[in-house]
Design a protein around this ligand. Structure first.
Ligand SMILES: NC(=O)c1ccc[n+]([C@@H]2O[C@H](COP(=O)([O-])OP(=O)(O)OC[C@H]3O[C@@H](n4cnc5c(N)ncnc54)[C@H](O)[C@@H]3O)[C@@H](O)[C@H]2O)c1
Length: 304
């Protein structure tokens, strides 16, 4: 794919990593943020990531921080937004962006769960708007969900899929714009039941995680649930569902157990306690083991 001019809006956890991936792929990338400190740190943050990954740091030269939104997006081929998860903020931002860009500039949101239709509904040219849902850290997790709305043109989807494929990502086309898209619907169906098991006193939080990590979690990277159903037989899957589905949590709202953790200020790592207590050392160990695991998976995939 020929080199594009790309603007990333938001220089936070996701934005700086997305900018890094596109710069490494050879694209010129401007990055805009309203907080000067985040822009000041941007290139050193990306250089440090690249050093950690053992990759060439010269890609940093293709990343240009811009405080001014107009300067960041004028003349670009593609804009991806990664600001706070706030519908009104995203809507306002895209209205501003649309006033600066060409009619054919593709506009993407990296929202985690908000329907793209809600974010883009007020645009004048909705055929060039879509979602691209990346996973953290963007430079280590391969998937990017490319979300089509009722208005998105097939050309915009095809171009965006190819942009990400050529940058070494694994794009997945989401053909209907539903809350949570594919990945987060699946992930949070699991989290709902994980929380219910603790809430109902069936086991503690540590046991839920241990059970997953030592069983189907081991297989998930190579055996998806539908491959697994075919492997064991759809007749067995049906027999299992007839017994287990009536018993698992199907409440259409957040668990009261989760709501109480939040109202008690038990916010997880940031407060030292969530479902479990976390010392700074335990937090550092878990983070380090996650990064080591993701790097090892990437290295295995890249091995000749
Ligand atoms: N963190 C994750 O694991 C993850 C994964 C996938 C998607 N997302 C989504 O990506 C988006 C960003 O998440 P994050 O974790 O990077 O958040 P973050 O808080 O780390 O970064 C958000 C950045 O946006 C900037 N910002 C806010 N308003 C702005 C504006 N008007 N113009 C320019 N910059 C502005 C902030 O200063 C901040 O630097 C959210 O929609 C989130 O739901 C997050």
């Amino acid at each position: 794919m020929s080199k594009a001019k790309i603007a990333v809006i938001g220089a936070g956890l996701m934005g700086h990593g997305i900018a890094q991936v596109f710069a490494v792929a050879g694209h010129e990338v401007t990055v805009s943020d309203t907080v000067m400190k985040n822009l000041d740190n941007l290139t050193t943050r990306i250089a440090a990531n690249l050093r950690d990954l053992g990759e060439d740091e010269s890609a940093v030269a293709r990343v240009r921080p811009c405080l001014d939104l107009g300067e960041a997006v004028r003349g670009v081929d593609y804009v991806v937004e990664a600001v706070f998860e706030d519908l009104a903020l995203k809507q306002k931002l895209f209205a501003e962006i649309e006033a600066y860009v060409r009619p054919d500039t593709i506009l993407a949101s990296n929202t985690s769960v908000i329907p793209i239709t809600s974010i883009m509904q007020n645009l004048k040219r909705r055929e060039r708007a879509l979602g691209t849902h990346w996973w953290n850290p963007p430079f280590l997790v391969p998937l990017v969900e490319v979300i089509e709305t009722q208005w998105t043109s097939p050309e915009a989807i095809a171009w965006t899929m190819e942009l990400h494929r050529a940058a070494g990502k694994q794009p997945a086309h989401v053909k209907k714009d539903v809350p949570g898209f594919i990945g987060n619907r699946l992930q949070h169906a699991l989290w709902r039941e994980a929380i219910a098991l603790v809430e109902q006193g069936i086991c503690d939080a540590e046991t839920v995680d241990a059970v997953i990590k030592a069983s189907f979690g081991r297989r998930l990277a190579v055996l998806g649930p539908l491959e697994n159903a075919d492997l064991v037989g759809t007749d067995l899957a049906l027999a299992v569902h007839n017994v287990v589905l009536p018993a698992i949590d199907s409440r259409p709202s957040a668990s009261p157990y989760l709501q109480k953790l939040v109202s008690d200020g038990k916010l997880g790592f940031k407060s030292g306690e969530g479902f479990r207590k976390w010392s700074p050392e335990q937090q550092a160990t878990l983070r380090a083991s996650l990064v080591a695991h993701l790097k090892a998976s990437r290295d295995r995939e890249n091995a000749p």
